[in-house]
Design a protein around this ligand. Structure first.
Ligand SMILES: [Zn+2]
Length: 316
């Protein structure tokens, strides 16, 4: 059995590997998974060993990972008799089946907050540096960690990983429930190909990227597929503005990722939630008096956008 969560020693919380990645890239959080310790999430098992009995964190720090990130038993990791995490053999991450088995039944749109045990890394570590994200504001828009069970996630990459790594098992995706905000459906229903965006609002739209326009401090992502309206095809894009990127708490990791994507020769896909591209008239470059129609949206929250490789998606 795989680890759905692991116990993080410094935060005194059980985290999914997606939580760990989110924290690693968050410039407002003093967190480094390499300097932290992750232990068996089974409380009884963990109590039986010293804090040095740790797990590994596969792909916790790789911005552009290919295989599903996960916790793994190291050759030295021990478990108590009867701990069901013991059956998860220590294997080299590269050879392991990349399928995500833990489908959260809810994607919580507000991000998870952590109260660090002050004594461990100093009391100022967890204070956000961005005045726009003062703690008083955060407390209004987020849920406390105690509400978070392994059944919920606040990290977009987690449901996306479930979808992408299980794309060859349509029945499974159709059977797995997912709640986003007030909406309940299945994984299959929530993920919508970009060319069918007119079918329904409020879904996770995705499609293969045709090009990413780098305007230095802002970006435009153009999709390969077009939307058809009144028997005419229209291009689709999403726009990421400068302010959004500059104030993003994972700005460095995001820029590293999107700049690599601009030059990438590989097939990349974009997933986003929270906005639905709508038909707009924009002036033509060649002839500014003329306009042409394009389906476009401004991304509002970079936590709800993901660019990644997605092997197996193109044939579907
Ligand atoms: Zn254990």
């Amino acid at each position: 059995m795989k680890f759905d969560t692991a116990y993080c020693l410094s935060l005194d919380e059980k985290l999914s590997i997606y939580d760990v990645r989110d924290l690693n890239f968050d410039e407002t959080a003093a967190f480094d998974s390499d300097k932290d310790s992750f232990l068996c999430p089974n409380d009884d098992c963990r109590a039986a060993f010293a804090a040095g009995n740790v797990l590994g964190t596969f792909n916790a720090k790789n911005v552009n990972y290919l295989r599903t990130p996960h916790f793994k038993n190291l050759p030295s990791t021990r478990h108590s008799d009867g701990c069901h995490y013991a059956s998860h053999k220590a294997v080299a991450g590269e050879t392991e089946d990349g399928r995500e088995e833990h489908f959260p039944s809810e994607w919580v749109l507000a991000r998870r907050q952590y109260e660090r045990k002050a004594a461990i890394h100093g009391s100022t570590d967890a204070i956000p540096q961005d005045p726009a994200k003062a703690p008083s504001i955060i407390s209004n828009t987020s849920h406390s960690a105690s509400e978070t069970t392994p059944d919920k996630t606040s990290v977009f990459a987690h449901p996306v990983e479930c979808y992408v790594s299980n794309i060859d098992d349509k029945d499974k995706l159709k059977g797995m429930p997912l709640k986003i905000g007030e909406q309940s459906a299945t994984y299959w229903t929530f993920f919508k190909k970009i060319q069918y965006l007119q079918d329904n609002k409020g879904l996770i739209y995705w499609g293969r990227i045709k090009a990413i326009k780098d305007y230095t401090s802002s970006f435009r992502i153009d999709f390969e597929k077009k939307v058809w309206l009144d028997k005419k095809p229209y291009s689709v894009n999403v726009y990421l503005n400068k302010k959004l990127i500059e104030s993003y708490r994972k700005r460095k990791a995001f820029l590293e990722q999107i700049k690599a994507a601009v030059d990438s020769e590989r097939a990349l896909y974009c997933f986003f939630y929270g906005v639905t591209p709508a038909l707009k008239q924009v002036p033509s470059k060649k002839n500014p008096e003329q306009t042409f129609g394009v389906f476009s949206a401004d991304i509002q929250n970079l936590d709800h956008l993901l660019i990644r490789e997605a092997p197996g998606l193109e044939e579907k």
